[in-house]
Write a protein that binds this ligand. Structure first.
Ligand SMILES: NC(=O)c1ccc[n+]([C@@H]2O[C@H](COP(=O)([O-])OP(=O)(O)OC[C@H]3O[C@@H](n4cnc5c(N)ncnc54)[C@H](O)[C@@H]3O)[C@@H](O)[C@H]2O)c1
Length: 250
């Protein structure tokens, strides 16, 4: 039996990396998925899955609302929202520019709040369901060169907890996922170059911290669990996907 049979789902940031894997896995598990992204490339990926898509910027409330409306229109309601879209900035706190700081807050935090603010009423109107937010291990510990990013992901964990408390009795579960470094364009095409310029060879650091680079599919599997009825009593939780990184002191 498919885990998400018939679940009407919106995935944001679905044109790349983790979001793309979430969309693919959810379709494999029987969900009806609408893929959202700021990149026009989302259409080709959605077409390949036989799914509808929409472009938009999740830092804008109207665009999040439009994606939710498109999902409800396409499928007759919405059961699951995965607020996955996010951006990184690899820079020290002292060197961070204010405009960049504002942008990362808007894309990573306001988007999640918009998903709760506009997504929960739509899910309630559809008979109840759940929201999965994409946080990060960066949100549960200090993270040099990722200061603003880490702050946004701590905010995602916090918004998840408050939303779960506020929405439980209305029939909406809210959880988030906290992955470590995964093999996605965010990490391998962008962050690693900047990090190795500061820290040197990253291979031994990565090996010591998390054993290996995770795959986006492994984060998508965590989202699948949280979105599924198997997690019916899991609410307000941050699910860490990091192969020990955050658990060890030595
Ligand atoms: N890759 C990792 O190691 C890792 C670890 C922990 C958390 N995360 C989080 O997972 C999520 C996905 O990251 P990824 O690694 O797949 O990154 P990615 O850069 O490969 O993909 C991110 C997607 O989000 C889209 N996007 C960016 N800004 C957007 C906006 N304003 N509106 C709509 N879409 C937008 C991009 O176009 C892209 O398709 C992010 O929230 C990221 O912070 C990633």
């Amino acid at each position: 039996m498919a885990e998400l049979q018939g679940k009407r789902t919106l995935v944001t940031g679905a044109a790349s990396g983790i979001g793309r894997q979430i969309a693919e896995l959810f379709v494999e598990e029987g969900a009806q998925v609408l893929l959202q992204d700021i990149s026009a490339g989302v259409k080709e990926i959605a077409d390949s899955l036989g799914c509808p898509s929409i472009t938009g910027d999740v830092s804008k409330g109207a665009d999040v609302q439009a994606a939710l409306d498109a999902t409800s229109k396409a499928f007759g309601g919405i059961d699951v929202l995965v607020s996955n879209a996010g951006i990184e900035q690899v820079v020290s706190l002292l060197e961070h520019e204010e405009a960049d700081f504002d942008r990362i807050l808007d894309v990573n935090v306001k988007s999640v709040w918009f998903g709760i603010k506009y997504g929960a009423p739509a899910i309630i109107a559809s008979g109840g369901g759940n929201i999965v937010n994409m946080a990060s291990v960066a949100g549960i510990g200090g993270c040099p060169m990722f200061g603003a990013y880490a702050a946004t992901k701590a905010a995602v964990v916090s918004l998840t907890r408050t939303a779960a408390a506020e929405l439980r009795d209305a029939g909406v579960r809210v959880n988030c996922v906290c992955p470590a470094f995964l093999d996605t364009p965010m990490v391998t095409d962008r962050a690693f170059g900047k990090l190795s310029a500061v820290f040197g060879d990253l291979a031994p650091i990565l090996q010591a911290k998390q054993g290996r680079l995770g795959t986006p599919r492994e984060a998508a599997q965590a989202c699948l669990f949280l979105a599924s009825d198997r997690a019916s009593f899991v609410n307000g939780h941050h699910l860490v996907v990091d192969n020990v990184l955050s658990a060890r002191l030595l």
